[in-house]
Design a protein around this ligand. Structure first.
Ligand SMILES: Cc1cc2nc3c(=O)[nH]c(=O)nc-3n(C[C@H](O)[C@H](O)[C@H](O)COP(=O)(O)OP(=O)(O)OC[C@H]3O[C@@H](n4cnc5c(N)ncnc54)[C@H](O)[C@@H]3O)c2cc1C
Length: 402
């Protein structure tokens, strides 16, 4: 079996940034990607909104992805495209590629950056017909950006997070009329100013609090979307539906690989140094918890690479889990473990599923060490500062909400 020093799996912004940084730090890095072209999600996003905060110039998604690939190659990273990770057993990875079929590699250090994916229609329990014109934003962008195709003429977008607005921009770019954006929750998942601006500028009506959504039509041809809104039944004509957002980490294969699991994030537990409870296995990017902006995943990739580099000769510490038994509304928490041997730049970041107001206590071994007021919208990340005390192996750390 082939043995390599450092394997990075996933060549999106997090994996490419990590690979480049590791190569610059002197490691021999092999980066594996299941698609035939590296670059991750931004490759499909044919709109601006990338690059400014990490590469210091405004770029569209494909140009941003190409620049990250160029930097990785220039740093000496070996990129293996068309390589899909099938399973992980300790440091032993099983891959599949068109040329080699299934084969195994053993790596001394592994950094996983598999990203996240949108929840498709079947998992969203929306009533109505089946049709090939029901897509996720990612699939719509693949049609439009990579294949230059227009899958429908008039669309309804379901889901109001930032990616739903990206779907509207993609529709506009492709000459598709975005008739409406529907949100089932009673609140929007982006700042309402952005939604209202979009409504005014692009003429797409935004409805929050939609109930009893159903995709209407016959024999796979969509005629419209029916829903209840403010006590009335509404029908919006369209021939395509785009489901946006509700990202879940691309973690199914890791769950089957007998690794430790954090059900709050549906992913591996991770420390502030991007280490997992498994020595030598690190993670970064959207795999940790669902979607954030690309520049944040890029920054996580670099931080994870540095942590892997400095941790090579350090024995793994017993990390302390951050318990959250009373945070029922929690969408994700990252990091979810504290490594007592690493510096503590902040305690942790949290996101909630619904608007959340109250007081959050930080308890160390049952004693209150910090009290924070929370007033968070579902699109806001709450960052808790470090409470200023050392923690050691065996301590108990809990966040309690009231
Ligand atoms: C529609 C849309 C619009 C967006 N617009 C913006 C924007 O304007 N600005 C912005 O900053 N961000 C935007 N984002 C978010 C941004 O693209 C992501 O946050 C970022 O790409 C995440 O980086 P990542 O490296 O964690 O994951 P990804 O970019 O998803 O990369 C993960 C990589 O891992 C590979 N992979 C997965 N599983 C395997 C496996 N088993 N074996 C091998 N390889 C595997 C995938 O093929 C992929 O290439 C948008 C996202 C979407 C969906």
């Amino acid at each position: 079996m082939k043995r390599i020093p450092v394997a990075v799996v996933g060549a999106g912004p997090a994996g490419l940034a990590a690979s480049t940084e590791l190569a610059r730090l002197g490691h021999e890095v092999h980066c594996y990607e299941r698609e035939s072209v590296a670059g991750g999600m931004p490759r499909h996003c044919g709109h601006q909104g990338f690059g400014l905060l990490d590469l210091h110039r405004p770029l569209d998604g494909p140009a941003y992805a190409a620049e990250l690939v160029r930097r990785a190659r220039q740093a000496g990273v070996t990129l293996h495209t068309d390589h899909t990770l099938l399973s992980l057993d300790g440091k032993r990875m099983r891959f599949c590629s068109p040329e080699q079929g299934a084969f195994e590699i053993e790596a001394d250090r592994i950094l996983l950056a598999l990203g996240a994916r949108e929840t498709p229609r079947p998992a969203r329990l929306i009533d109505g017909i089946r049709s090939p014109a029901i897509l996720t934003t990612g699939a719509l962008q693949r049609f439009v950006t990579l294949q230059g195709r227009r899958p429908f003429r008039r669309a309804v977008v379901i889901g109001s997070d930032i990616v739903g607005f990206s779907a509207i921009m993609t529709c506009r770019h492709a000459g598709i009329e975005a008739a409406a954006l529907l949100e089932e929750a009673p609140f929007l998942r982006v700042p309402s100013l952005l939604a209202r601006g979009e409504e005014m500028l692009l003429g797409t009506h935004v409805y929050a609090g939609c109930d009893a959504l159903s995709i209407e039509g016959e024999r796979g041809r969509i005629e419209g979307v029916c829903f209840h809104w403010q006590g009335e039944e509404r029908f919006i004509e369209c021939d395509g539906v785009v489901f946006s957002g509700e990202f879940t980490p691309e973690s199914a294969l890791l769950r089957q690989s007998r690794l430790s699991w954090d059900p709050r994030n549906d992913s591996l537990p991770v420390t502030q140094g991007f280490g997992t409870p498994h020595p030598g296995i690190y993670t970064a990017g959207n795999l940790l918890r669902g979607a954030l902006a690309a520049y944040k995943c890029h920054a996580e990739g670099i931080a994870a690479a540095r942590s892997l580099h400095t941790g090579i000769n350090r024995p793994p510490a017993e990390a302390i889990p951050i318990a959250t038994p009373t945070l029922e509304n929690l969408d994700w928490i990252s990091p979810s473990l504290v490594d007592p041997t690493l510096p503590h730049p902040y305690l942790t970041r949290l996101r909630f599923r619904r608007p959340t107001r109250g007081t959050l206590l930080t308890l160390l071994n049952g004693r209150e060490v910090m009290r924070s007021r929370i007033n968070a919208r579902p699109w806001q990340t709450v960052t808790l500062p470090w409470f200023g005390q050392e923690v050691k192996e065996g301590d108990r750390l809990e966040l309690r909400f009231f």
